[in-house]
Design a protein around this ligand. Structure first.
Ligand SMILES: *Cc1c(COP(=O)(O)O)cnc(C)c1O
Length: 417
C-alpha cells in the first residue's frame, strides 16, 4: 500500500498533484510520501508486537536526513555500513545506542568514530576486524560491544548480486569459524560479546530462507551458551522483498510470525534491519520525456533520467513500473524507456508496454524509494537530482538539485599545469 494514486486521470502523491511539484522543482526528482514511509515503518514494527525488539532501518537503502529523522521520531534505530552513514544518522537525531554497524570493510577511523559516540554494537565480519576493534577500543579506553555476523549458507533465492548468505559470498563468518571467533572474542580484553547477527540477502520473497537462517543461528546460540558465551541480541538483518512487478513477498506480519515462533524460548532482544520493505514503495522517480524516436527495430522513449539517477535496471536488470503522471488516452505502445547517457545499459525499461508517452509528458518510475537516489552518481557530469517529500497537501525539497558548481567542488588544477 502506498499513497501514489490517480485522481481524475492525474497521479497524486498523497494530496499533491505530482505535475505541480514538477512545475515548481523541475525534473527529474525523487518523491517520497511521508504517510507511506510512516505506515511501512509502523506496520513492520507492530508486526513484532509483544517482542523485545529494535527496528534499525538500513541506512543504505535511503539516507536522506528527512527520511532518517522520520524514523528517529518513530523510535527507530539505524543499521549503518560506513562512517558517513553514522554521521547522517546522528545528524538526523538517531540515538547512538540504537545504531548497529555492519560491513566487511570498516576502516580504523570509522571504528574510532563509532566507538567514541557509543553505538549499540559492531557486527563483526572477520577475525582481523575483531582484533582491530579490540585494539582501537583499548586505545580509546572503551569496551566495544560486538556481534559476529554469521554466514548460515542459505540460499535466499534472489538476484546473485544481492544474495549475501552463501558460503561463496564475502559476508560474515561460516558457522564453524564463528564458534572459534566467539571463543577468541570472549578472551579479548576490550570486547564485550553481546550478540549474533546474520543478513542473508535482499529482495527475498519467501519466509523459508529466513527460517532456515534462524534455525542455524539457534543451534549456534545453544552451542555458545554451552561454552558460557552469553548472547543477548539476535540481529536478523533485513532482506524482506517488495512488489515491483508481480512478486508476492510475505506480508511483514507473516515474516514476523515465523521469526517470533523461532525465537520464543531464546530470551534475546531482537534486532531487525529492514531497508527496502520500508522505503521501496514509498518513493518514485519523476522524469520527463525529451524525445520519441521510432527506431528500425524498436521504439524509444528518451527521458531526462538515466542510469546515473536510477541504476537498478542497468545493474540488476530490475523491473520498475512506469506510469504516466497524466493519464493518456488511446493505445499503449511497446518501447524501450531510455536515458540520455552514452551507454547501451542506460535504460529504465526494455520492451515495455507503456502509455503513448510524448515529448514533454511526465512519467513516474515506481518503487524507487530504496537504492534509488543513494546509488545515483555524477556520471557524464550529470547533476544529482532533487529529492522531495510530501506530507498531506504540502511538499518540501529535502535535497536541492545540484548545480554546475557542485560538479567541480574540491577539484583543483595543480600549479605544474
Ligand atoms: C543492505 C542491508 C540491509 C537491508 O537490506 P534490505 O534488503 O534493503 O532490507 C540490512 N542489513 C545489512 C547488513 C545490509 O547490508
Amino acid at each position: 500500500m502506498h499513497h501514489f494514486n490517480y485522481r481524475d486521470n492525474e497521479l497524486y502523491c498523497e494530496d499533491v498533484p505530482i505535475k505541480l511539484i514538477a512545475e515548481k522543482v523541475g525534473t527529474p526528482f525523487y518523491l517520497y510520501s511521508h504517510a507511506t514511509l510512516k505506515r511501512h515503518f509502523l506496520t513492520f514494527n507492530d508486526a513484532f508486537d509483544g517482542v523485545d525488539r529494535l527496528i534499525c532501518f538500513s541506512a543504505k537503502a535511503n539516507t536522506n536526513l528527512a527520511v532518517l529523522k522520520l524514523f528517529a521520531d518513530l523510535g527507530g534505530g539505524l543499521d549503518i555500513v560506513s562512517g558517513g552513514e553514522l554521521y547522517r544518522g546522528l545528524k538526523a537525531g538517531i540515538p547512538p545506542e540504537k545504531i548497529v554497524y555492519s560491513g566487511v570493510g570498516k576502516r580504523k577511523d570509522e571504528i574510532d568514530y563509532a566507538l567514541s559516540v557509543g553505538i549499540l554494537m559492531f557486527n563483526i565480519e572477520s577475525l582481523e576486524e575483531l582484533e582491530l576493534i579490540n585494539d582501537r577500543a583499548g586505545l580509546l579506553k572503551k569496551k566495544a560491544p560486538v556481534a559476529i555476523r554469521v554466514n548460515p549458507d542459505v540460499d535466499p533465492k534472489t538476484h546473485p548480486y544481492i544474495s549475501t548468505g552463501l558460503e561463496k559470498n564475502k559476508f560474515g563468518i561460516d558457522t564453524d569459524a564463528a564458534i572459534e571467533g566467539y571463543k577468541i572474542a570472549g578472551e579479548l580484553k576490550n570486547i564485550d560479546v553481546i550478540g549474533i547477527d546474520c543478513h542473508i540477502g535482499s529482495q527475498i520473497t519467501e519466509v523459508e530462507p529466513f527460517k532456515d537462517a534462524l534455525n542455524s543461528i539457534k543451534t549456534l546460540i545453544n552451542e555458545l551458551r554451552g561454552l558460557n558465551i552469553g548472547i543477548k541480541y539476535i540481529d536478523m538483518g533485513g532482506g524482506l522483498g517488495i512488489t515491483y512487478d508481480d512478486e508476492s513477498p510475505p506480508h511483514p506480519g507473516e515474516y514476523a510470525r515465523s521469526i517470533i515462533q523461532a525465537i520464543e524460548d531464546m530470551h534475546v532482544k531482537l534486532i531487525l534491519e529492514p531497508g527496502r520493505v520500508i522505503v521501496g514503495n514509498a518513493g518514485i522517480l519523476v522524469a520527463k520525456v525529451l524525445y520519441r524516436k521510432p527506431g528500425k527495430a524498436k521504439e524509444f522513449v528518451i527521458v531526462d533520467a538515466g542510469m546515473n539517477d536510477l541504476v537498478r535496471p542497468a545493474l540488476y536488470d530490475a523491473f520498475h513500473a512506469i506510469k504516466p503522471v497524466v493519464e493518456i488516452e488511446g493505445e499503449q505502445i511497446v518501447a524501450d524507456v531510455v536515458g540520455p547517457i552514452c551507454e547501451t545499459g542506460d535504460f529504465l525499461a526494455v520492451d515495455r508496454r507503456v502509455a503513448d508517452l510524448r515529448q514533454g509528458d511526465l512519467l513516474a518510475v515506481m518503487s524507487a524509494g530504496a537504492y534509488g537516489f543513494v546509488m545515483s552518481s555524477n556520471y557524464c557530469s550529470r547533476l544529482k537530482v532533487a529529492e522531495v517529500m510530501v506530507r498531506d497537501d504540502r511538499f518540501h525539497v529535502i535535497r536541492a538539485r545540484q548545480n554546475y558548481e557542485h560538479l567541480i567542488e574540491g577539484e583543483s588544477i595543480p600549479p605544474f599545469l
